[in-house]
Design a protein. Structure first.
Length: 198
């Protein structure tokens, strides 16, 4: 599917996703699961921080820094960015786009697995839990700008800030509404994203 049209690749991805969900539902059912994993807590003034969340945040920061260095400082990372920006031009420069796309897919899969593992340490989950994070990741990428790793980081920070601040003033049920209103506004005002090229 690496050389297939974008729509075909997208449909194939969704099909594989539905197959995985179907098999997972048959094996594990859709009952909530918990990981019995605790690192205690720490007090920071009036704020209590769970150890698992602190460790997850540190791991996320380290992985983000490593990914940034990989994409901007190593030849394979620069090749990934070149292919993402303009595949035809990258091939003319001698970059093997098929292998580069396979590498980026592998890295993306690894990061998704790591993210799921970190989230599972402090949230209950089912085989269907991924749908929520798929939508959030889509909003984050569009907010920051497609093909822009720094933009994706900025989009994630914006979404995280919204989820942390908005419930202080209004019911938490309004958070997804505000996120998607922001998403639509960005699409209308700047379709390429905050840091995307015009």
């Amino acid at each position: 599917m690496l050389d297939a049209p974008h729509l075909s690749s997208l449909l194939a991805t969704f099909s594989v996703n539905m197959m995985i969900i179907g098999v997972g539902t048959a094996i594990f059912t859709t009952s909530l699961q918990n990981m019995e994993f605790s690192l205690g807590s720490m007090q920071l003034g009036p704020v209590t921080l769970l150890g698992t969340r602190v460790v997850a945040a540190l791991i996320a920061l380290l992985v983000t820094a490593a990914l940034y260095l990989f994409l901007y400082r190593t030849p394979p990372g620069k090749a990934i960015r070149a292919v993402a920006n303009n595949r035809a031009a990258a091939e003319l420069m001698g970059i093997p786009s098929t292998q580069t796309l396979a590498l980026s897919f592998g890295i993306g899969t690894m990061l998704a697995a790591l993210s799921g593992g970190l989230i599972a340490t402090f949230f209950s989950f089912t085989i269907l839990s991924g749908a929520v994070y798929e939508l959030k990741s889509f909003v984050i990428v569009v907010l920051g700008g497609l093909g822009n790793p720094t933009g994706a980081l900025l989009g994630g920070l914006i979404l995280g800030a919204l989820e942390g601040i908005v419930p202080v003033f209004i019911p938490v049920s309004w958070v997804p509404v505000i996120e998607f209103v922001l998403f639509v506004l960005i699409l209308l005002v700047r379709p390429s994203g905050i840091l995307g090229e015009r």
